[in-house]
Design a protein around this ligand. Structure first.
Ligand code: S3P
Ligand code: PEP
Length: 437
């Protein structure tokens, strides 16, 4: 096991170029593969999760090349909707729920059988949430051992569009259904009461797809895809990942004297809940130079150290900050007063059970925490001590508690820290660089 010692740090100053957005990179790879023509992906995520998507597509016969140089990018020769080739062996999504769920939507529409699996963490995560709607579309998709979990087996079938109301706010389920909808007879509609990230919808539209989203009279959104037009490859400039930026935002808010600049971070409104909540806690956070690339807004962020106060985060806010909850919980531990995170049940189904991972690490710091299956209540403390943190082999937990360790009163250790490369290779090198400035 890899154990890292992390010492309390003083202020962080300078700027950090955060990695390209993981969700957008996955989608650019997948849509690039099934579009006609060439797609080039700039500032893409080099995390292992996106590499899993890339490798699965290579196994499906797609040519993807890295062009190095001053503006490195991936070039994909798209083969059109029916150009994927039957894989010679089982596809491996590694640790990536996004790869497994989105690709299953595409595989459901193919004329060849396939199987897809993942690592031990991914094989514990629920897949019935995609099996159900995909089967309603006519897909012959099943869990090999009948548990509703990976490995999954997919056989060729005829798909028909459906109208589906998401039972949980999940962009992965929504995207799996929309991608299958590209191969279906008739239109596919998805109803959401609390909207999840909409990168698939934005990118489908940018690639020429016939997709529209409307507000429903009863509240929530309805998105409709009509699979009539072929998708066309595009250049995709990927904005910086706000979920990776969250660690630096957290570090700058917590460490006295800090001032950090983060250029070109994605600020898609379905992803900015963390920024809203940090401001509500008293965080000094400003935006400048807002621009939009291929339907995705981004801005430069400036963060200064701030004294934080506790807050209540409502269930409606959760989808817009779902992956930032570990970092938010750490901020709450250092804030004045109580913070309540409500409607967070989905955290139990991530790379680790993030409710348990957060609670045990916060308690190790001497922070008072109570929790249920849907809620965590954190009583902020003035000078939480360092601790022997566990990452639970979960990249988001590793990075959030690395920041907790920098802000703690005494030294800490962190196990299995290299799992940060799932979304952020080089995260710990960046910590060292910023401290040397
Ligand atoms: O669609 C995506 O790219 C993602 C959706 C979210 O998962 P759910 O759809 O399961 O909420 C998020 O937690 C994950 O990191 C990425
Ligand atoms: C939950 C995550 O990703 P995925 O579901 O793709 O494994 C994440 O990156 O925090």
């Amino acid at each position: 096991m890899q154990l890292k010692t992390i010492l309390p740090a003083s202020r962080l100053k300078g700027s950090v170029v955060v990695p390209g957005d993981k969700s957008i990179t996955h989608r650019a790879l997948l849509l690039g593969a099934i579009s006609s023509g060439t797609t080039r992906i700039f500032s893409f995520s080099r995390g292992k999760d996106c590499l899993s998507t890339l490798n699965c597509l290579k196994q499906l016969g797609i040519d993807i090349r890295l062009s190095p140089g001053s503006d490195p990018h991936l070039t994909i020769q798209g083969k059109g909707p029916d150009g994927l080739a039957a894989p010679a062996s089982i596809l491996d999504a590694g640790n990536s729920g996004t790869t497994l769920r989105l690709l299953s939507g595409i595989l459901s529409g193919q004329a060849f059988p396939s199987r897809i699996t993942g690592d031990s963490s991914l094989k514990r995560r629920p897949m019935d949430r995609i099996l159900l709607p995909l089967r309603r579309m006519g897909a012959e998709i099943s869990s090999l051992d009948g548990s509703g979990k990976a490995p999954l087996s997919i056989r060729p079938s005829v798909l028909t569009g459906i109208r589906y109301t998401l039972p949980v706010a999940s962009a992965q389920v929504k995207s799996a259904v929309l991608l299958a909808g590209l191969y279906a007879k008739g239109k596919t509609s998805i109803c959401e009461s609390i909207p999840a990230r909409d990168h698939t919808e934005r990118m489908l539209s940018a690639f020429g797809g016939n997709i529209s989203t409307k507000k429903r009279p009863k509240g929530g959104l309805i998105t409709t895809l009509v699979p009539s037009v072929p998708l066309l490859g595009r250049d995709v400039p990927v904005p910086g990942d706000i979920s990776s930026a969250a660690y630096w935002i957290g570090a700058a808010l917590l460490l006295p004297g800090s001032r950090l600049f983060l250029p070109r971070v994605g600020i898609n409104p379905t992803r900015t809940g963390f920024l809203t909540v940090c401001r509500r806690m008293g965080g000094d956070l400003t935006f400048s130079r807002t621009q939009t690339f291929l339907g995705e807004p981004c801005a430069d962020l400036l963060i200064r150290h701030s004294l934080l106060k506790g807050t209540v985060v409502s269930p409606e806010e959760i989808p817009s900050l779902i992956d930032e909850l570990p970092m938010l919980a750490v901020l709450a531990a250092f804030a004045r007063g109580e913070t309540v995170l409500r409607g967070i049940g989905e955290l139990r189904f991530k790379e680790s059970n993030r409710i348990l991972s957060i609670v045990s690490n916060l308690r190790a710091m001497g922070v008072s925490v109570s929790f249920t299956e849907e809620e965590i209540c954190i009583h902020g403390k003035q000078h939480p001590s360092g601790a022997a943190f566990s990452s639970y082999k979960d990249h988001r937990i590793a990075m959030a508690f690395a920041i907790a360790a920098l802000a703690a009163a005494t030294p800490s250790t962190l196990d299995d820290w290299e799992c940060c490369s799932i979304s952020y290779p080089g995260f710990f090198r960046e910590i060292d660089r910023l401290q040397d400035l």
